[in-house]
Design a protein around this ligand. Structure first.
Ligand code: NDP
Ligand SMILES: O=C(O)C1=N[C@H](C(=O)O)C[C@H](O)C1
Length: 253
């Protein structure tokens, strides 16, 4: 397939290598232009039929514009950029209006998607044990722009769906207000930025006497990138709004 790469940073480059290894071609690589956001003038020159699918890993500021552009051109789009989900309803409406195809995952690695399921199951186990206090920590490289990570937000949503009494998440780094962290109805997410860490997520249940912790540690970006390429292969010929459960099968979770 012919892939349009929107964002050619750490993820865009890793995706390119994996896509070429799997026999695909890169139709174009689009990076930050002179103007804020991507320079869509360059994209106008690309014939519509030269692109089978777009893969978008850019920045929270650029993602919405890129997704809009692809849906308007009729290109299926697989998006991994995090930190833009306040606009999700508008994107989904546009996708429906255009009869387009849009795939989003906060994390494309198989391991993290198994971890999402483990997290939901653990939250269900903990329902009857209110003496345990749930919290999360995510650690990423110092270049990461958003906090908390998209993956941590998905994990918090998994807890909120399954653990009564938890209705929201709070992040000291994003809120800038430590007093919010004390709330009992919130899942606390701590965001740490260290060196070149690809992504580590821990969900913890702490009581006065002990602690239960589950952790997913990415050793590299390979898992994220492979998942995005597989999602791009999968979305071609489909119409609708998709996520990793559609790709992997729900398995009753
Ligand atoms: N869903 C998943 O599985 C994963 C998601 N991610 C997410 O993907 C995104 C990209 O990650 P990563 O590749 O590590 O980031 P990088 O910073 O390495 O790359 C981002 C790319 O987007 C471009 N870009 C940045 N800001 C703008 C802007 N305002 N307008 C246009 N282009 C811009 C950059 O161009 P330039 O170099 O010129 O700044 C660069 O090419 C992040 O949101 C990250 O959280 C990351 C890993 C996995
Ligand atoms: O910015 C990153 O690097 C990552 N971002 C995603 C996120 O915000 O969850 C996925 C992965 O953890 C790496």
């Amino acid at each position: 397939m012919n892939i349009l790469l929107l964002g050619y940073g750490k993820m865009g480059k890793t995706i390119e290598t994996i896509a070429l290894d799997r026999g695909h071609q890169i139709a174009a690589r689009v990076d930050r232009g002179d103007a804020p956001g991507y320079n869509h003038t360059d994209l106008e020159a690309i014939p519509t039929d030269a692109v089978d699918v777009a893969i978008e890993f850019s920045s929270p500021e650029a993602a919405v514009d890129n997704i809009n552009y692809c849906l308007t051109r009729g290109w299926p789009i697989v998006c991994g950029t995090t930190g833009w989900l306040g606009h999700r309803a508008d994107i989904e409406q546009l996708c429906q209006e255009k009869n387009g195809a849009f795939f989003y995952a906060s994390n494309y690695s198989i391991g993290v998607n198994l971890f999402f399921r483990l997290n939901k199951t653990l939250a269900r186990f903990m329902r009857n044990y209110p003496s345990y206090h749930v919290s999360m920590t995510e650690i990423h490289h110092t270049e990461k722009k958003d906090a908390p990570s998209g993956t941590a937000i998905t994990l918090a949503e998994g807890v909120m769906e399954n653990l009564p009494g938890k209705h929201r998440w709070v992040n000291k780094e994003a809120a800038g207000d430590e007093s919010l962290i004390d709330s009992t109805d919130a899942v606390e997410i701590e965001s740490l930025r260290e060196g070149v860490v690809p992504g580590t997520h821990t969900v913890r249940y702490d009581s006065d006497v002990d602690q239960i912790e589950i952790t997913h540690t990415a050793h590299s970006r390979q898992g994220f990138a492979l998942g995005a390429v597989v999602a791009a292969e999968w979305i071609i010929g489909r119409e609708g709004i998709f996520g990793m459960d559609d790709l992997l099968g729900n398995d009753g979770f």
